[in-house]
Design a protein around this ligand. Structure first.
Ligand code: 8YV
Length: 312
């Protein structure tokens, strides 16, 4: 374990395995040198990054359990090359993150946190809160129509929104309008909802050109990874009125959020809480434990990532 993780994971694993806590060691290198020849499982997720160099230092490594559906903190290519299975926590967080995405969308469009601040500041006593933009008659473009993207789309349908999506390929099982080009989709929609995975392939996919295409009434919502958006370009676009507003649950350098964003009133900022309910975090933690236990029981991983399929 390279970083502290929730007690449910620690207790679940300590029942069966010897757990080494790398972050507690005063001399990490010395601890690694001592335990590396025996380490057969490792944990990642959130700030707990497992880079290629660390994976290479563990010759007996068999499995990496990632806490989270996104596993951009794991060098999955190195793991796959070494025959190490990587597991993540899909499905158990889908509905929770989709709920948060819709909450953040509505909060951004209807300015819920701003209105709350207005009331608390006693300003309602002076005059009513100004009229907000609307979700009525809007079109939403979803970047990344995976499991969570589809759960968001389903909710958007019931809100009466017109839905489009962009991703690597058109999906046979949905009737939503597909755009092979992200810029073209941004031109056609009012709201851009980002649910695409992080990593090098999607880095800064949403850049100045996409924000320009989204336009002055455009709203950006990101519940995926900060790395998908060029944050400097976003700050400039929000400051200049290139787009109207943004709702952000994720940032490029978490937990550091640029002061420019914090100073803006046309953004709603959340501290990466998409999956962060007690119920869902427990389900995610249990799935991390269950994957590792299943593996060492000789039953294979429960939820391997596509890059390390099982059976091989
Ligand atoms: C977690 C997430 O915040 O699942 C993901 O990909 O981003 C979140 O659920 C993160 O994995 C760990 O804290």
């Amino acid at each position: 374990m390279v970083r502290p993780m929730m007690p449910l994971i620690v207790e679940g694993l300590e029942k069966r395995f010897t757990l080494h806590r790398l972050w507690e060691a005063s001399d990490k290198d010395a601890l690694l040198a001592e335990i590396a020849p025996r380490v057969r499982g490792a944990l990642a997720g959130g700030a707990a990054v497992l880079d290629g160099a660390l994976i290479e230092r563990l010759p007996k490594l068999e499995i990496i359990g990632n806490f989270g559906v996104g596993y951009d903190g794991v060098d999955v290519r190195t793991a796959a090359g070494r025959g190490v299975v990587v597991t993540n926590t899909p499905d158990v967080l889908t509905e929770e993150v989709a709920d948060l995405a819709l909450g953040l969308l509505i909060a951004t469009v209807r300015q819920i946190p701003q209105a709350d601040r207005y009331l608390r500041a006693g300003r309602w006593l002076e005059k009513p809160y100004p009229l907000s933009p609307t979700l009525r008659d809007r079109t939403i473009g979803i970047l990344g129509l995976g499991r969570i993207g589809k759960a968001i789309a389903k909710r958007c349908e019931s809100f009466g929104l017109d839905i489009a999506y962009h991703g690597r390929s058109r999906q046979a099982d949905v009737a939503y309008r597909y755009f092979p080009s992200l810029v073209e989709m941004a031109k056609a929609v009012d709201i851009l909802m980002i649910v695409a995975p992080g990593g090098t392939e999607t880095r800064h996919l949403v850049d100045a050109a996409v924000l320009e295409a989204l336009g002055p009434q455009g709203i950006l919502v990101n519940v995926a990874r900060g790395s998908v958006v060029d944050e400097r370009a976003l700050i400039a676009a929000l400051a200049k009125g290139t787009i109207l507003s943004a709702g952000l649950d994720v940032f490029e350098d978490e937990p550091c959020v640029p002061a420019e964003l914090i100073a803006m009133d046309n953004v709603v900022l959340l501290p990466h809480i998409g999956s962060a309910s007690v119920h869902t975090r427990n389900a995610m933690g249990q799935l991390v434990v269950d994957n590792i236990v299943s593996w060492f029981d000789g039953k294979g991983p429960l939820t391997p990532v596509p890059e390390t399929p099982w059976p091989r």
